[in-house]
Design a binder for this molecule. Structure first.
Ligand code: UDP
Length: 320
């Protein structure tokens, strides 16, 4: 069905897919590449552990089961052309782009979107551009960002338990046949930066990118530490919906008109129209998911607004 730089994807009869992790490793858009014994097995197992973890914390992911040492069974999705990077500390392309030092900790994690296109070297893309060019919808971008922030909260806590700093990571998303957006692809030392908390030693793909050696030994060590975790931390993930309700354009707004007259009387120039609306902020102790997005729509439709005369929009955030 598809053969990528490090994995093969095969469509199965039940419309799930089998993802095969090969021993290939590559960097710089595939310019540098190599085969490393055991890499497929290690990345498969690391991904399995991390996807099982995310599923357990309530995230919607493509992962269903592990088939064997190098293969997992996942839901079939159409991968979005945009990937999301979350950064806790400056490194890699971020330092190059902005000319800043490696290792500066962000007060609030940074979220960036990149277009997946090797020929263009995966350029950074503004969310608004990705939406207007039709690569993702507004609702998808909101869910991708809030999910990535919440995943960061979970993964950072897990890696801290095993003395590793999650510096940054990349997530891919895909939509199912039903149009539901879920986390896809792989999550491993190939797709994140991990530094030893005590020494700053690099434990991820930068070992390969920078020819530091010991790639497999360090990947193996990360995996072994993950396997040895006995209990997972309690992490309370909060998601917040901000809903704005407005009267439909065709509906008269007497209170707005009173305000407009009063503004004019007070001499404010250029004020043309006033429409008064209401807003609601609802906090959930829930993981952001397509399901939660549906719940918010339902609440907005049936309780917060009167669909006959009002429209609503909502924003959604998480993991901050
Ligand atoms: N990353 C990835 N796939 C990509 C680009 C980035 O998995 O195609 C990961 C990378 O391993 C790092 C994070 O996303 O953990 C941020 O990468 P960055 O933008 O710094 O790019 P890089 O320096 O890796 O080219």
């Amino acid at each position: 069905m598809y053969s990528g730089k490090a994995k093969d994807v095969t469509l199965l009869e039940d419309n799930n897919v089998r993802i095969t992790f090969r021993d290939s490793i590559s960097a710089f858009d595939g310019v540098k590449k190599e085969e490393l014994n055991e890499k497929g097995r290690i990345n498969c197992k690391t991904s399995v552990i991390l996807f099982e973890l995310l599923n357990r914390y309530g995230f919607a992911t493509h992962y269903l089961s592990q088939l064997n040492d190098i293969e997992m069974i996942c839901k079939n999705v159409e991968i979005k052309p945009v990937e999301v990077v979350c950064r806790n500390v400056t490194a890699g392309s971020f330092c190059k782009r902005y000319g800043v030092d490696n290792g500066i900790e962000f007060e609030t994690p940074i979220i960036e979107f990149f277009l997946k296109d090797d020929d263009l070297h995966d350029p950074l893309v503004a969310k608004e551009i990705a939406i207007q060019l039709g690569w993702i919808t507004k609702a998808e971008s909101t869910l991708m960002e809030s999910t990535t922030r919440a995943v960061n909260q979970v993964l950072s806590a897990i890696f801290e338990r095993i003395s590793l700093k999650l510096v940054d990571f990349k997530l891919e998303f895909g939509s199912t046949d039903e149009g539901v957006l879920i986390i896809a692809d792989e999550i491993s030392a190939d797709t994140m930066r991990l530094w030893e908390i005590d020494t700053g030693e690099i434990k991820d793909k930068d070992r390969y990118r920078k020819d530091l050696g010991g790639v497999i030994d360090h990947y193996k060590d990360v995996l072994q530490r993950l396997e040895e975790i006995e209990s997972y931390p309690e992490i309370s993930i909060k998601s917040t919906a901000e809903i704005t309700i407005e009267l439909k354009k065709s509906v008269l707004d007497p209170a707005g008109e009173v305000t407009l007259r009063s503004l004019k009387r007070k001499g404010y120039q250029g004020v043309e129209e006033v429409r008064l609306g209401k807003s609601a902020k609802i906090s959930f102790s829930l993981t952001p998911s397509p399901n939660l997005q549906e719940i918010i729509k339902e609440i907005s439709d049936s309780i917060l607004s009167n669909p006959l005369i009002e429209n609503y929009t909502f924003d959604f955030s998480s993991g901050e």
